[in-house]
Write a protein that binds this ligand. Sequence first.
Ligand code: URA
Length: 244
Amino acid sequence: MRLDKYLGEAGVATRSEATKRIRKAEVTVDGVIVRDPAKHIDPETAVVTLAGEPVVWRKFTYVMLNKPEGYVSATEDRGPTVMNLLPPQFVRMGLFPCGRLDIDTVGFLLVTNDGVLGHELLSPRHHVDKTYRFTCSPPIGEEAIGKLTAGVDIGDIVTKPAEVTAEGTLPAVSGTITIREGKFHQIKRMFHAVGSEITSLERISFGDLPLDPSLVRGEWRYLTPEEENILRRAAGRDVPPTEK
Ligand code: URA
């Protein structure tokens, strides 16, 4: 990979800034100053510094964001997007939200530049579980829960079986619902179909990975290598527990 591209992908400079800084002799590769932005390096093994600081390059970046209300799950929009909650270099590095949470839905949003894994996680073929904590009004009773669990007609589709747990005694105003599809406004439309309305929705897990409770709304962190593997497994890949 070209050195200027490497610095751009690592998120430490734009491609043109990288070119300038390489020419100013601010970049070393394996301990040697390199002045040629087109120099090819092996991104997996090269040890690179910029102005004396080590540069960390990863093939792909995976981020868990605790999405707050008021942000659109997109890379660009007229209003604020979830990318506004992340460092600006993430846009340059090609990160995008994997799937959509409604503007008023909060909780776990995966943001990554691994397009293939992102696609696999969203594909209906892989049935990736997404669990949400809901509140609703009016409360739902046994009959509504039975319908939500079995699958309901929401206009364009009949939803696949879901898991629903209610909190407290029935009829309940809150609980959790796990779905494996991801149609537009799916849970809101499911509740509407059984005579209730969602009043709040928080995604608490995605593909067997729970939302980190230490992340407050609007905060994010990188996934650990094992968490990345949990998602790869959720997407149907055969990944042994120790692989990085
Ligand atoms: N279902 C919805 O209705 N909204 C979301 O944001 C996610 C699932």
